[in-house]
Design a protein around this ligand. Structure first.
Ligand code: ATP
Length: 352
């Protein structure tokens, strides 16, 4: 059993505040993802749990133990770094088994556990190799195997899949998800990849500039983004964010008109529409909220991404894979009222 709790944690590097007044509880057995762009403070947050950075103020707990002053080796956490951090002079076998060796696990059990995890990450044929004789993806799997060879109170994973090619990343993502299901160890996972966050997390903390913008399940974050930042960060392709004006509940911008936002008036507003939440129709469709020329058509296999020229910007929508429209032809767009988001451009918060 292990929960991790941050209470009003701030980390400064000189005058620079990397993590600001951070409050977060990661529940026992939870897979929590810290998601955000480069430099938002996610790695620093995780390194404070590992004991590799010291909090400037505030308290960090694992269960009831305040760990701020506990040496890293006594925290019982296992960390997987973005930069593998393998021992170059040790074989794959000895790298994986290292945490067992320093805990003086008897040789037979050592062998058994190392070969078991090696099989799991498909390295069982490479146990005698040195790290320099492995590909980047294989090294990353050694690092992962080393973390899971014993059961710590908490796993800390810092972009563990970022150096793998797309196919292996998808495969390892599924493997991680399965492992979590099996091992049931509290995990904090850092990434800037929103697909990884959405697929792996029980809850996601979206970070921006050292603070949490929103904390919730992947579904909540996707369906109910509270700020412009979260709205733009989650989803692929990302949400269309169109600046305009709302008068008496009607949003208007460059030929686009969508009503139904109550009776609100927002002089500087942003309309958010996800590519999958609008329908591309014929230009003469009487119910279209907008008619605009097609700028590009990209077939992705399962569907087609259609970008329309809207004022000086593009609006990208997901259409059927058999979409037949051509570049420069006009197309209509129907936006589902219950799937549009309105933000106040000044506060950057959602208003509807
Ligand atoms: P990335 O995805 O690029 O790793 P991140 O969100 O993990 O980004 P952090 O590594 O936590 O970001 O860094 C947060 C901020 O703190 C960055 O602006 C970084 O430049 C700064 N920072 C991190 N470590 C130090 C340090 N040792 N000294 C000074 N500034 C630092």
């Amino acid at each position: 059993m292990a929960s991790v709790r941050f209470e009003r944690v701030t980390k400064k590097f000189g005058e620079f505040v990397a993590v600001h007044d951070f409050d977060l509880e990661i529940r026992d057995k939870e897979f929590l993802v810290l998601l955000g762009p480069s430099g938002c403070g996610k790695t620093t947050t995780m390194r404070m749990v590992a004991g590799l950075e010291e909090a400037t103020s505030g308290d960090i707990y694992i269960d009831a133990d305040r760990i701020n002053d506990v040496l890293p080796k006594y925290r019982d956490v296992a960390m997987v770094f973005q930069s593998y951090a393998l021992y170059p002079h040790l074989t794959v076998e000895d790298n994986i088994g290292y945490p067992l060796k320093i805990r003086k696990v008897p040789p037979e059990e050592y062998k058994r556990r190392v070969s078991e995890v090696a099989r799991r990450v498909e390295l069982d044929t490479m146990l005698k190799r040195l790290p320099k004789e492995l590909s980047g993806g294989q090294r990353q799997r050694v690092a992962l195997a080393r973390a899971i060879v014993r059961t710590p109170r908490v796993f800390l994973m810092d972009e563990p899949l970022s150096n793998l090619d797309a196919k292996l990343r998808t495969q390892m993502r599924a493997e991680l998800k399965h492992l979590q299901h099996e091992l049931q160890v509290t995990t904090i996972y850092v990434t800037h990849d929103q697909i990884e966050a959405m697929t792996l997390a029980n809850r996601v903390a979206v970070m921006n500039k050292g603070v949490i913008e929103q904390l919730g399940t992947p579904r909540e974050i996707y369906n109910d983004p509270r700020t412009l930042f979260v709205a733009g960060f989650i989803g692929s392709p990302s949400m269309n964010l169109i600046p305009g004006e709302v008068k008496d509940g009607v949003f208007e911008s460059a030929g686009l008109r969508v009503g139904g936002a109550g009776r609100v008036t927002i002089p500087r507003a942003v309309l958010g529409v996800r590519p999958e939440d609008a329908l591309v129709t014929a230009a003469d469709d009487a119910q279209a909220n907008l008619v605009a020329p097609i700028y590009s058509v990209e077939l992705t296999g399962e569907n087609t991404l259609v970008s329309l020229q809207l004022g000086g910007r593009l609006m990208t929508l997901r259409a059927d894979k058999n979409f037949a429209g051509q570049i420069d032809q006009p197309a209509g767009v129907k936006i589902a009222r219950d799937r549009m988001f309105l933000f106040d451009a000044d506060t950057e918060r959602r208003v509807d």
